[in-house]
Design a protein around this ligand. Structure first.
Ligand code: PLP
Length: 433
């Protein structure tokens, strides 16, 4: 299996190179050159396959230079939590991607990438240092994936005072091979420091630095797996199915599109957006125009220039009409979101988080005009306990904190405060190695 760059100016690479490089030399994102089609027999027995069996069959097509045994071990340790699809009514389901260690869907991509990276670097004699700039959720999912992995050290950089209390606890209480740096600056400063470190000769001669960024192909592929599994677990095979995906950087959606291209018979994907509506505007007008970010209560979707748009455009051959055939999209306000959270609670006795609620709204909008009966699956991307004050405000309910979140809230925070000056960061890196 070869991977190409969406910018088209770099040569084709194998899976290992794509994972280690992360981003292509021409600045493009990697995609499989030929997306493999899964055999009919796979879809016939989908409902009988476990998540691990599906994961092995699918990832093997892309990571064919990794042995079956190693891949199976990676899958077992990356996806060590349940992935239930919960029924709300005859035609409405919620796919809960919230049962991983950080209670968000980022666990799927981040854990698989972490296990893959450590597999590919395990024979190196120098300790590998993974640098991650995070604005919140991604960092803890990545750090969790590398936690206690021998030969790997993770350095997380997060903007001081700009992440939520829960997020900060998740970033700063792991300890062990994970170090959290609290940077006196913005998320952009954190990203700049990481970039400067990769460009610094002295650091690179002395240290084995690697990135674990969000556009790595090893994060995308696992995000296609739960679409197969969820589709297989829906009992009614006679109705068309749609997936509604709360979207920001469009990585989750691109995972679904990958599954579709591999043959998953889904009628429509719904890209559900909050007030950051660059993608719905593209679907409407055919023009993609990045915009400044707007702050909302579904904050993991506050993205003004979604990086995976490049992949979507490339897969659909840069033709908006092709995209429209498969993807519907719309945007919703915070007020709509609160109302939807309450409606779902009243109607189905189900507590959903603000991201999932946007997914619900977009599905409702899409379904209004449908003539035929169809089944909708909404992706729930974060556990509602991470948004307890929004849940309280919308429904009046005081939500119970799951044990794995409660544990980390009790632990003591360990972070090192640094300024946003590169030299300070550089000295830290030189001293820790
Ligand atoms: C990251 C994230 C999203 C957006 O996913 P993309 O792949 O960036 O579109 C949605 N919900 C939650 C909770 C997230 O953490």
């Amino acid at each position: 299996m070869k991977f190409y760059s969406t910018k088209g100016k770099s040569e084709l690479v194998d899976f290992r190179t794509a994972v280690i490089k992360g981003i292509a030399e021409d600045g493009g994102l990697y995609l499989p050159k030929d997306i493999p089609f899964l055999p009919e027999a796979f879809f016939k027995c989908l409902s009988e396959l476990s998540f691990h069996e599906i994961a092995l069959t699918v990832t093997e097509l892309f990571a064919n230079e990794v042995s079956r045994n190693d891949l199976s071990d990676i899958i077992q340790s990356a996806f060590n939590f349940p992935v239930p699809t919960v029924k709300l009514d005859e035609n409405l389901y919620v796919l809960e991607l919230t049962h991983g260690p950080t209670l968000a869907f980022k666990d799927f991509g981040a854990r698989f990438m972490a296990k893959m990276l450590s597999h590919f670097t395990k024979d190196e004699d120098k300790e590998v240092i993974i640098l991650v700039a995070t604005s919140g959720d991604t960092g803890s999912a990545v750090a969790n994936g590398f936690y206690n992995v021998e030969g790997i050290k993770v350095v997380l950089l997060y903007p001081s005072g700009m992440v939520s209390k829960i997020q900060e606890q998740q970033l700063t209480t792991l300890g062990g091979n994970i170090t959290a740096l609290e940077i006196k600056g913005t998320f952009d400063d954190c990203q700049r420091l990481v970039k400067e470190a990769f460009a610094d000769q002295v650091l690179n001669n002395k240290l084995n630095l690697t990135s674990a960024n969000s556009i790595n192909i090893a994060r995308l592929i696992p995000q296609s797996l739960y679409y197969f599994h969820s589709f297989g677990s829906i009992q009614n095979k006679n109705k068309p199915a749609v997936f509604s995906v709360p979207s920001g950087n469009l990585g989750n959606l691109t995972g679904g599109i990958l599954a579709h291209k591999m043959g998953l018979p889904v009628n429509k994907f719904i890209a559900a957006a909050n007030a950051n509506k660059v993608f719905p505007d593209y679907i409407k007008t055919g023009t993609f125009t990045p915009a400044p970010t707007i702050k909302t209560i579904s904050n993991a979707m506050d993205v003004g220039n979604p990086s995976n748009f490049e992949r979507i455009a490339s897969i659909f051959l840069y033709d908006a009409e092709n995209v429209r055939k498969v993807i519907f999209s719309d945007s919703f306000s915070d007020l709509d979101t609160y109302e939807a959270m309450n409606e779902i609670y009243k109607k189905y006795n189900y507590i959903i988080d603000p991201h999932g609620a946007v997914g619900y709204l977009a599905n409702k909008k899409y379904s209004e005009d449908l003539i035929e009966d169809s089944i909708s699956i909404i992706l729930e991307t974060a556990h509602p306990a991470k948004f307890s004050s929004e849940v309280k405000k919308a429904t009046g309910i005081e939500i119970e904190i799951p044990e794995r979140l409660g544990e980390c809230l009790k632990k003591e925070k360990h972070s090192l405060v640094l300024s946003k000056e590169f030299n300070e960061f550089k000295s830290f890196l030189l001293e820790t190695s």
